[in-house]
Design a protein around this ligand. Structure first.
Ligand code: SAH
Length: 263
């Protein structure tokens, strides 16, 4: 029997993998990966057969039940099986279902954490998700629900947390902003969308819930997180609203950060 590693591929940039993740990927015999895992991360799997079980928003995806079965089967014929997931495998990654299936089959498992998108976005913005005195809690929230799940729950947490990071939410960001305002958050609350965090194609927009609520659904090429909270006020006052501007060319956030750090 082989061992199955649930490995976090991080948000994109290959050099944000942990050393442990890089070592395990390099030793893999077979890798089951998500669509969001970047080619230069997959390139580290030099010995492995690569199996794309990608799930992208709204596109065809491999059924979770099939993935559970496939990794169990793979462990019967391969020594090192890697299940490679974007960001951190335990954040909105259905890791528990896979760990449950593996445990039921008596297969040894180990989890290697990765940098989750919200934290990568925080680093790109140069804005801490927590702040002494103003932001004591951070909620990781998704409005995405599975079949038969109650859709109402996410709004209450997103409306009350000091800082909110919304995953799988960016295309409907305007509707979400409107829902948060309707649930009691001020329209002046700062909001940022960070797309393709840590990649060369990263784009950031800083706005407010009120302004975002008036936008058409966002046209995005890549995955993005929606961040909401007072901590983002500097970002939102310096970068007025949509449309998208690559941060490297935009001046404001990037140059402010340079001023702060003296570069
Ligand atoms: N396990 C992943 C989340 C998987 S859910 C993690 O820890 O990050 C998929 C969602 O993650 C996307 O809809 C998007 O909201 C977010 N995401 C993934 N990669 C991202 C990136 N490079 N930049 C911004 N958001 C990203």
């Amino acid at each position: 029997m082989g061992k199955v590693w649930l490995v976090g591929a991080g948000p994109g940039a290959a050099d944000l993998l942990t050393l442990r993740a890089a070592r395990v990927i390099a030793s893999a015999d077979i890798v089951f990966h998500d669509a969001l895992v970047q080619p230069d991360v997959l390139a580290l799997a030099s010995r492995a057969r690569l199996v794309d079980v990608g799930k992208r928003d709204g596109r065809h995806s491999t059924e979770q039940r099939f993935i559970n079965r496939a990794i169990v089967e793979a462990a019967r014929t391969h020594a090192v099986v890697v299940r490679l997931k974007g960001g951190d495998p335990m954040v909105f990654g259905r890791a528990q279902e896979e760990l449950g299936a593996l445990a039921a089959a008596g297969i040894e498992t180990e989890v290697v954490p990765g940098i989750t998108s919200a934290l990568a976005a925080s680093a790109s913005l140069g804005i801490s998700l927590t702040r002494r005195g103003t932001a004591r809690h951070v909620a990781f929230v998704t409005p995405r629900t599975g079949a038969g799940e109650d859709a109402s729950e996410w709004l209450a947490s997103a409306a009350s947390a000091d800082t909110v990071a919304l995953y799988m939410a960016s295309r409907q960001a305007p509707a979400i902003a409107a829902a948060l305002v309707a649930a009691g958050r001020s329209p002046s609350t700062p909001a940022c969308v960070v797309e393709n965090a840590t990649l060369a194609s990263e784009r950031i927009v800083a706005t407010t819930l009120g302004a975002l609520a008036r936008q058409a659904p966002l046209a995005l090429d890549g995955p993005a997180v929606l961040l909401v909270g007072e901590v983002f006020r500097e970002a939102s006052s310096s970068r007025a609203g949509l449309p998208w501007t690559p941060v490297a060319q935009s001046g404001s956030i990037a140059s402010e950060r340079r001023n702060v750090t003296g570069r």
